[in-house]
Unconditional design. Structure first.
Length: 126
């Protein structure tokens, strides 16, 4: 019978870990939107600038492509890690709202994440 409290403790700990994991999944759409937006910007800027450099070899174009991919990945790494870490925080919805606002990502609800009132910023990205 001495093992019952130990089992309950393990169960409680595992449930807590699972809840944190489930909360972290809530940030995945925001992270995906943020990365997709950055990739679209990267591709547009790259296409525009490569068209102005017709003398580049294919190898040079590939190097520039790889370099810009690495740059975008590096820039988004810290915000991505922070969002994942903050997912379990009670203020996660506020973090999500701030990220969507700062990056100009579309808000699903059309209302402010802080006040739940209609938000002109959420429709400004449309």
């Amino acid at each position: 019978m001495a093992e019952v409290p130990k089992k309950k403790s393990i169960k409680k700990e595992e449930i807590s870990k699972f809840k944190k994991y489930m909360k972290s999944l809530e940030m995945i759409p925001i992270i995906a939107d943020m990365r997709q937006q950055a990739e679209e910007i990267r591709q547009n800027v790259l296409k525009k600038n490569l068209s102005k450099m017709p003398d580049l070899t294919e190898e040079e174009r590939i190097r520039i492509e790889v370099m810009t991919q690495a740059l975008v990945k590096k820039i988004l790494d810290a915000p991505t890690q922070r969002l994942r870490a903050e997912a379990a925080c009670p203020h996660a919805p506020e973090y999500a709202t701030v990220v969507r606002t700062l990056f100009g990502l579309k808000e699903n609800s059309g209302s402010c994440g802080f006040s739940s009132e209609s938000c002109p910023l959420s429709t400004a990205a449309d």
